[in-house]
Design a protein around this ligand. Structure first.
Ligand code: CA2
Length: 147
């Protein structure tokens, strides 16, 4: 059974509490439930995790190398700052999809650059919580094609 790590970065634990106009009304627990239901329906295992700490996210990416077949990463604000997360993704040589709830390209200029995009298969942004399901489907298709 294919297994995917869905990893969430800083402040995403606050989803559903503030800025619903930007990030939606769903909590991270709601999103996890949605991901689990979708993954179950397609016979895929998921680990869902969140950390506010850059080093902890690096550790989770390293650990994914022997546990998972792909990574879906919403790195939050670290997307725009973290060479360490980019290097971690490159080092594990697992397919990775960059994900954002909001359309980062329609927002402030500092959100337009992503270190993660350089090492990602592709980027999904702007579809809110539904983007997590889209990312699972994209990873599923990639893993099926890769055999
Ligand atoms: O749109 C996304 O998913 C982001 O990764 C979210 C990050 C932001 O820094 C990225 O540019 C785009 C911020 C997550 C903050 O989430 C909050 C949720 C509720 C209340 C406050 C913050």
């Amino acid at each position: 059974m294919a297994s995917i790590l869905i990893l969430n970065g800083p402040n995403l634990n606050l989803l559903g509490t503030r800025q619903p106009e930007v990030y939606g009304h769903e909590t991270l627990a709601d999103i996890e439930a949605m991901c689990r239901a979708h993954a179950d329906a397609h016979g895929i295992a998921v680990e869902f995790a969140q950390s506010n700490h850059e080093g902890a996210l690096v550790d989770l990416i390293h650990a994914a190398k022997t546990r998972h077949d792909g990574i879906i990463l919403n790195a939050g604000a670290y997307t725009h700052t973290s060479v360490a997360l980019m290097d971690a993704i490159a080092s594990v040589e697992l397919p990775a999809i960059e994900l954002h709830l909001s359309n980062i390209h329609a927002r402030e200029a500092f959100r337009h650059h992503s270190y993660i995009a350089r090492v990602a298969l592709g980027v999904i942004c702007g579809f809110g919580a539904r983007g997590y399901v889209l990312a699972i489907d994209a990873m599923r298709g990639h893993l099926e094609r890769a055999g």
